[in-house]
Design a protein around this ligand. Structure first.
Ligand code: GSH
Length: 270
């Protein structure tokens, strides 16, 4: 069943000839809502909330935010203090107790990749996954690879120092080379426009730059990872992305604390 937000109903009618007169009249709005079934009306009133981090630098939350923006889904952001998790977060994500959590009509969905899938299934406009089932599966495969391998290895390099870090950086670059091949000859992973995988690896241009600066390492280099480097330049130029990014100082400041903490944990283990 198609799910429409109030905005989408309006934009549908916007395409009609009498758009400005019709759109802005409350009478018209009420007439439209009146003739729809109560079930559909509930969907129009659908409430979409995203529980995110109060610090505002969570790369997992940003991909969800971007997907909703791409689809024009109005939503409310709820800032969660992750040092003092709220009963609401624990209720909505009792398994992982992490953000983001998408809450749609009171029903929670956790894990950002699962949330992206849900968004795609629920709001059909501006698809982020290809139509063909095989291509869809491939996009999901690479998304999983990007999170489980690329991001994890970059994070390991970020949380290490000395010789250990050099080795970790090499390993991260090797893994990113695989991703580099995937985007070779294309503007975006999704083709001419951004899609699922672009959103998943959307942390690379901004967050990786912060990790490199704070961690004193270089990973994304135009010579070593030419296609990914070019992709990063293209991705960050998209107005919706560029305008939504958290200030770099804020990201750096936050991850300076994270690195210090991770290094202190490693030192304690020795
Ligand atoms: N695999 C999860 C990762 C989410 C995640 O790590 N969220 C962090 C914020 S960036 C979090 O909630 N951390 C709180 C904690 O680990 O207790 C996803 O894709 O949604």
């Amino acid at each position: 069943m198609a799910v429409f937000s109030r905005k989408h109903i309006y934009s549908f009618f916007k395409t009609g000839q009498n758009k400005s007169i019709l759109l802005k009249t409350h009478l018209f709005k009420n007439a439209i809502l009146g003739v729809l079934s109560s079930e559909t009306s509930n969907l129009i009133m659908a409430e979409v909330k995203v529980i995110g981090s109060s610090i505002g630098v969570s790369l997992f939350c940003y991909r969800v935010e971007w997907a909703l923006k791409l689809k024009g889904v109005e939503h409310e952001l709820i800032a969660e203090d992750l040092r003092n998790k709220s009963p609401m977060l624990l209720k909505y994500n009792p398994v992982h107790k992490k953000v983001p959590v998408l809450v749609h009509n009171g029903k929670p969905i956790a894990e950002s990749l699962v949330i992206l899938d849900y968004i795609e299934d629920t709001w059909k406009e501006n698809p982020i996954l290809p139509e063909n089932p095989y291509d869809r599966a491939m996009a999901r495969f690479w998304g999983k690879f990007a999170d489980e391998k690329c991001l994890t290895e970059v994070w390991t390099a970020f949380c290490t120092e000395g010789h250990g870090q050099e080795k970790a950086v090499e390993s991260a670059i090797e893994t990113l080379r695989i991703l580099d091949k995937q985007v070779k000859g294309k503007k975006f992973f999704g083709g001419e426009t951004i899609g699922f995988l672009d959103l998943v690896v959307g942390w690379i241009p901004h967050w990786l730059a912060a990790f490199e600066k704070v961690g004193g390492m270089k990973i994304l280099d135009a010579e070593t990872l030419p296609s990914l480097h070019e992709w990063a330049d293209n991705f960050i130029q998209i107005p919706m992305i560029k305008e939504s990014l958290p200030p770099m100082e804020k990201v750096i400041n936050y991850f300076q604390g994270s690195r210090k903490y991770m290094l202190s944990l490693a030192a304690d283990k020795k």
